[in-house]
Write a protein that binds this ligand. Structure first.
Ligand SMILES: Cc1cc2nc3c(=O)[nH]c(=O)nc-3n(C[C@H](O)[C@H](O)[C@H](O)COP(=O)(O)OP(=O)(O)OC[C@H]3O[C@@H](n4cnc5c(N)ncnc54)[C@H](O)[C@@H]3O)c2cc1C
Length: 311
């Protein structure tokens, strides 16, 4: 008797064959039950029902089309630095654009073309080396170009959206389109790119002396890194900065800096970060974010907006 590998009852001695997936006939490698904790900075959360790292846009389109036909929910994970996966995992397809086809970075004049899977830090360095300014304040933001565009990553020195000329995306039927600047909206840690898979973008930058720019980027890197938790990658930024102040200062003023929930605690030196201990769960992180938010509301009357996205 043959049993499917994923069957709950596989009697000892039964011959095992791989379980079928809705993607088996597409010629694309899809795995079942991939632990998403391996792909997020916090390192918590459950598994994806289906997981795929397509080799190119054609393979991606086949997966996207099949998800649409079968009503399978779909998410993209970038660097996983702004995602909190619940313990139950994700009951659909999770895509990661890690293949070289999605990671190219090219400089043409004052324009940088970057694939969605490229690391933001690599794009910033390529621009600076080419003597192009406008991105250097983003050098300490972890993650990919795709993640940065979705959340309009940035800080006090500006954000990525200010530099976007256009963004190429894949839509729900697997087709691609290029959205010009006029169709795009970027606000503080938000964009209207939440209905598509981002494939890449073109960023318009200013010409400047590469030596001076390199020094500025290095300074930003040192300052930025000195404000992030050291010695661990199991961290996330909790809240967006409200207009005119910082989330960190509100957390400190409200006395929430000492809060913890299970194995999740506020990083005291820079109190807008949550640090996940070795046995931390996603519920711990969620609980802590809610406790901090409640404390700030009760003590200061300010409603903080979470930055980290709960799947
Ligand atoms: C230590 C630390 C420091 C940070 N500092 C900053 C900071 O200074 N400024 C700031 O803005 N943020 C900061 N963040 C938050 C985070 O790094 C940013 O939001 C980052 O841009 C997320 O990129 P990512 O690739 O990791 O995205 P992920 O966390 O993987 O995903 C974030 C969202 O983008 C979506 N997404 C990712 N790629 C694609 C794609 N190709 N197509 C469609 N959707 C996609 C995901 O589905 C998800 O909705 C920090 C986080 C940490 C842990």
């Amino acid at each position: 008797m043959k049993q499917r590998v994923n069957s709950p009852a596989s009697p000892a001695g039964a011959e095992l064959v791989p379980a079928g997936t809705p993607f088996d006939d597409l010629g694309v490698a899809v795995s079942c039950g991939e632990p998403l904790a391996h792909h997020t900075w916090l390192g918590t959360g459950g598994a994806a029902a289906y997981f795929c790292e397509p080799v190119d846009a054609d393979a991606l389109a086949r997966i996207v089309g099949r998800c649409r036909e079968r009503g399978i929910p779909l998410r993209v994970i970038g660097g996983g630095s702004n995602v909190l996966v619940p313990a139950a995992g994700f009951p659909g397809m999770v895509l990661r654009l890690s293949a070289p086809a999605f990671g190219a970075i090219e400089v043409q004049g004052n324009v940088v073309r970057a694939g969605a899977g490229a690391k933001l830090v690599h794009v910033v360095s390529a621009a600076v080396q080419a003597g192009l300014s406008g991105l250097e304040t983003l050098v300490d933001v972890p993650g990919t170009v795709g993640g940065a565009l979705v959340g309009n990553a940035g800080g006090h020195g500006g954000d990525i959206g200010e530099r976007v000329r256009d963004v190429t995306v894949m839509v729900a039927d697997g087709g691609t389109e290029t959205r010009e600047r006029g169709r795009l909206a970027f606000e503080s840690r938000w964009s209207n790119l939440d209905d598509c898979i981002i494939l890449g973008c073109r960023l318009e930058l200013d010409q400047e002396d590469a030596g001076l720019l390199t020094k500025r980027m290095q300074k930003q890197w040192i300052v930025g890194r000195s404000q992030q938790p050291i010695g661990t990658r199991s961290v996330a930024m909790m809240f967006k900065d409200p207009l005119g102040t910082t989330a960190e200062s509100l957390v400190v003023q409200s006395g929430a800096r000492d809060l913890r929930c299970g194995e999740a605690s506020v990083y005291a030196p820079h109190a807008n970060y949550v640090v996940a201990g070795p046995r931390c769960t996603s519920d711990d992180v969620r609980g802590l974010v809610e406790s901090v938010r409640t404390r700030v509301r009760e003590k200061l009357g300010v409603e903080l907006t979470p930055l980290i996205e709960v799947w």
